[in-house]
Design a protein around this ligand. Structure first.
Ligand SMILES: Cc1cc2nc3c(=O)[nH]c(=O)nc-3n(C[C@H](O)[C@H](O)[C@H](O)COP(=O)(O)OP(=O)(O)OC[C@H]3O[C@@H](n4cnc5c(N)ncnc54)[C@H](O)[C@@H]3O)c2cc1C
Length: 429
């Protein structure tokens, strides 16, 4: 039976990043994925500027970067836009097929062993090791196992069981997102999306909680919609025949009307795929004896935008750094593993919570917030950075408290609680 220092279950951005940093420390790492790389993954492929924290990303942009985004347009439900133009890129676009494969290559080049095309079936934690069983019958031992298998990860389920946590995210804490990517040609992209490669979002499209997006790659558009599962379930239950793929096709029609999508490209339901995104602000406990979870497995996604790539990479790096310390001490019990939990929690735990507050505010009073955000360049910048996930919690908190104190948002709020339409007032600074 082969023995590794660490077995990483799942070679998405989180797992590949953990494997990369662990291999750099000289650890013997097994990186196991049920898929064979390169593999596709449902995603908008947008990266917030925090990604610049990673040297191996910014020094290798040519390996995978599609475009740098300098302009963001966020429309409210009444189609009022917040149009923000930046001097420096505030959002980067990649395509997952290439990006994920490149991250795996980086890990392998540093010495990680990639075991692909075979899933982890189960694992057992013993006092002195972890024994992991693969679907092909092979058994691997390691000192530690990292769960990086996405929203329905095996290790996160084990931690939930041990900690008596609910076994699944609540419906309002899981977003269902659908998307498609289509090549629209350089001429269209250059003419319509320009050098600044506009990224756009439509908040509460057709008045449903959630948003639609169109992200511009080099010559392709990535278009999608995301809604909490609770909303989708309710719509499906009411018997009106509501269908989420049709909802996305309606959104494409709106983009065509607005000129953001080529009229001659027909999008069919067959081109659409999707996946769930955990937006519940991170699991309350992400470690156990000899185990921890990273990326979507830990629920590390912005509850406002559904952006999880930065958190996937950063939790992978934090896990590797924490384990480096623990290998020196030779102790992997739950209490020691809390080093990892406390580190991510101190770094961006509050951000996730305040982004959830931002989400609720935007869903309850979208028109007021969009009107407010469009007031001047400073608020446009604040709002856009918050939306794409690069605004720290403390700043969001201050802004939200200032807005509440100013009473600027009362009209939309009244509409929400009374159920009667209230005119949104014009705001001035
Ligand atoms: C439609 C959509 C759009 C999105 N858009 C964006 C965006 O624009 N920007 C952004 O930042 N985030 C976006 N996200 C979120 C982002 O995709 C995730 O946060 C990110 O993929 C998390 O990375 P991960 O490595 O944790 O998990 P994943 O990327 O899901 O990787 C998990 C890996 O684990 C493997 N695996 C699972 N189970 C096992 C097993 N038992 N054994 C072995 N291998 C296993 C899988 O094959 C997979 O390769 C979007 C998500 C969706 C669904």
């Amino acid at each position: 039976m082969s023995h590794y220092d660490v077995l990483v279950e799942g070679a998405g951005p989180a797992g590949a990043t953990a494997a990369y940093y662990l291999a750099m420390q000289g650890k013997k790492v097994a990186l196991v994925d049920r898929a064979k790389f390169p593999r596709e993954k449902a995603c908008g492929g947008g990266l917030c500027v925090h990604i610049e924290e990673f040297d191996h990303i910014i020094s290798n942009w040519d390996d995978f970067l599609e475009s740098r985004c300098l302009r963001g347009i966020v429309y409210g439900p009444d189609f009022m836009p917040v149009d923000y133009v930046a001097e420096k890129p505030f959002f980067y676009n990649i395509r997952r097929l290439k990006f994920d494969n490149t991250l795996v290559e980086y890990a392998v080049n540093k010495g990680a062993t990639l075991i692909q095309g075979v899933a982890v079936r189960d694992f057992e934690i013993y006092d002195d090791k972890v024994v992991t069983k693969l679907r092909n019958g092979e058994e691997i031992t390691s000192d530690v196992i990292i769960g990086a298998g996405g929203s329905f990860d095996l290790v996160s389920r084990r931690i939930r069981e041990i900690e008596n946590m609910p076994m699944r995210w609540k419906d309002e804490d899981i977003a269902m997102a659908l998307y498609f990517e289509v090549d629209v040609g350089r001429e269209f992209m250059d003419r319509v999306y320009g050098d600044e490669r506009v990224s756009m979002a439509h908040i509460k499209y057709q008045n449903l909680d959630g948003y639609g997006w169109s992200f511009s790659k080099d010559t392709a558009l990535n278009v999608g919609i995301g809604c909490p599962r609770s909303v989708i379930k309710k719509l499906k239950k009411n018997g009106s025949g509501w269908d989420e793929k049709q909802y996305l096709l309606d959104y494409v029609d709106t983009l065509k009307e607005q000129g953001w999508f080529p009229k001659d490209i027909e999008v069919t339901k067959k081109m659409i795929s999707g996946a769930s995104i955990p937006v519940g602000m991170g699991m309350k406990c992400t470690v156990g004896d000899r185990m921890l979870v990273i990326g979507d497995a830990g629920g590390f996604v912005s509850p406002l935008s559904g952006e999880g790539l930065y958190y996937a990479l950063d939790s992978g790096r934090i896990a590797a750094e924490s384990l480096d310390t623990l290998f020196k001490e030779g102790n992997f019990d739950k209490q020691s593993m809390m080093l990892y939990h406390d580190t991510w929690s101190n770094k961006w735990g509050d951000d996730l919570e305040w982004l959830k507050v931002g989400w609720h505010l935007l869903m309850v009073m979208p028109n007021s917030l969009i009107r407010y955000a469009a007031l001047d360049e400073e608020t446009k910048e604040f709002f856009t950075h918050m939306f794409v996930g690069s605004m720290p919690a403390a700043k969001i908190k201050n802004k939200v408290l200032a807005l509440i104190a100013k009473g600027a948002l009362t009209h939309d709020f009244l509409s929400h609680v009374t159920g009667k339409h209230q005119e949104v007032p014009s705001l001035t600074n």
